[in-house]
Design a protein around this ligand. Structure first.
Ligand code: GLP
Length: 260
């Protein structure tokens, strides 16, 4: 795992956006795995700026989102369909037919999930999967004790995640308890993982993920076994890493040919 510590979330978002820009320039038909939550917002803003000002072209890009709530309409303000539309898709030129987000209103969840996996395979697999991390170490909606080999499927949210995500719902409205999420095994098959984590509240999850034991109690920790994961944090989120001086040294002394 490569760990890049930046002073601010804005700086971190720029590094992440540059990685994706260079991928798209190298491979115009790149397949992006996308995430929701507040963490990737700066990345989406920067990619939209690159599209507007630098002509970064998403017309050949295909996207697959990690997850969606079950049982709320795709028009609901807290749905991940709506979130993606507002924070990213309406600002760039990914063709609508290339956008894939789990359907939380499907009448046959197992069949939908199998088909989602098949669509990822047919697209040639995911080139880079953007990830945030939950306070309990979840990725996508793969809560602690999720199988580290799991595929796209239904999951039940933990109380902690329901409370954390209540802020996206109006007062008195309850957060759905069930979701469809890509599995940990699905995520592990992507060529690159780009995990972002910001703020002191994520410091424990970041330390467990990067330096703790590999365990289903912290699903993100399996990324220690991933062939190419880039973890980009701000300073507060890196505060519990025991080897942060080493990671900073590595980044500062990267050979030029390895820089992006
Ligand atoms: C949700 C999403 C995750 C995200 C996590 C953290 O549970 N399903 O993909 O990483 O929230 O959210 P935030 O970035 O808002 O802290």
């Amino acid at each position: 795992m490569e760990i890049i510590i930046q002073s601010t979330p804005e700086d971190a978002a720029k590094v992440a956006a540059l990685f994706i820009k260079q991928l798209i320039e190298r491979k115009p038909n790149a397949v992006l795995g996308l995430a929701t939550g507040s963490t990737p917002l700066g990345l989406y803003t920067e990619l939209a700026r690159m599209h507007r000002e630098d002509g970064l072209d998403f017309s050949g890009v295909t996207t697959f989102n990690l997850d969606e709530y079950i049982g709320i309409s795709s028009e609901h303000p807290a749905s991940y369909h709506r979130f993606m539309q507002e924070s990213f898709f309406s600002h760039v030129n990914v063709p609508t037919k290339n956008i894939h987000i789990p359907d939380g209103n499907t009448s046959n969840i197992p069949r939908f999930c199998e088909r989602y996996e098949e669509q990822i395979r047919q697209a040639g697999g995911i080139d880079v999967q953007v990830l945030g991390i939950g306070h309990d170490g979840h990725i996508g909606f793969n809560e602690p004790t999720s199988s580290l080999a799991s595929r796209t499927r239904i999951k039940t949210l933990t109380e902690e995640t329901i409370v954390a995500n209540q802020r996206f719902f109006t007062l008195g409205e309850s957060v759905p308890h069930h979701v469809i999420t890509m599995g940990v095994g699905t995520i592990m098959e992507s060529q690159n993982c780009l995990m972002l984590a910001f703020g002191a509240g994520k410091a424990q999850a970041v330390a467990s993920m990067a330096e703790g034991p590999i365990t289903a109690m912290c699903p993100a920790s399996i990324l220690q076994m991933h062939r190419k994961t880039l973890l980009i944090t701000d300073l507060p989120a890196s505060s519990l890493l025991t080897k942060s001086a080493y990671y900073q040294h590595v980044y500062a002394h990267k050979p030029n040919w390895q820089r992006f």
